[in-house]
Ligand binder design. Structure first.
Ligand code: ZN
Length: 206
């Protein structure tokens, strides 16, 4: 019951976030921007999506072009809960995409954090993401080449495995029970190699 309520609350929050992101985007497109700005906006968006996720976008959108904003003001600005905003800010800070300082509030007597977007963190993170992806592709290539010509796949594409695992599964898909088919992974290997070449170039010039 509690789980279900939490899920519904989560969905409502997602809807609200999506709407806020849409409003922020509409507002932004009204402004005339140079090509470079547009490019950096796109890069920032991609980097945030890949390193944290779409849910952090409204916070980033709100902080861009502003400086030293408290999490309470951000929460109000994007109509989200403070706890959620704080969670996103910590994730962003972990990726060096925001900076902050803490100051004691004289009236309330507690410390408040003031946040700013850190555009310098974007290219660094973009490069780190590319290098990470490159590393994963190289590992994938190693695995594909190690089992060259020894892959088995479900005709419905629900599973794919190398010979040993296929033997253990009795050459039947563990998901749907269909007999597994032998798959020539030569094309997959070629495609991975192409991706690696492409990504290596990008990671080198970035
Ligand atoms: Zn299957």
């Amino acid at each position: 019951m509690a789980k279900k309520t939490a899920r519904i609350a989560g969905t409502a929050r997602n809807l609200r976030l999506r709407r806020n992101a849409r409003i922020a985007r509409a507002r932004k497109t009204r402004k005339v921007k140079t090509g470079i700005q547009r490019m950096s906006t796109k890069l920032t968006e991609n980097v945030v999506m890949e390193s944290i996720g779409q849910e952090a976008l409204p916070v980033v959108e709100y902080l861009k072009g502003r400086k030293d904003i408290s999490e309470f003001v951000i929460a109000k600005g994007i109509r989200a809960e403070v706890g959620y905003v704080r969670q996103m800010l910590y994730k962003l800070q972990n990726q060096n995409l925001v900076t902050y300082f803490r100051k004691k509030d004289r009236e309330k007597g507690w410390y408040i954090s003031y946040w700013s977007f850190n555009p310098k963190g974007v290219p660094d993170l973009a490069l780190a993401i590319k290098r990470n992806r490159l590393q994963m592709l190289k590992e994938r290539l190693y695995n594909e080449e190690k089992h060259r010509g020894l892959f088995y796949i479900c005709p419905k594409f629900c599973s794919r495995m190398e010979f040993e695992a296929a033997t253990e599964a009795g050459f039947r898909c563990p998901e749907c029970g269909q007999p597994l088919q032998h798959q020539d992974n030569g094309k997959t290997i070629e495609r991975i190699k192409e991706n690696i070449t492409e990504l290596s170039k990008e990671a080198a010039v970035a």
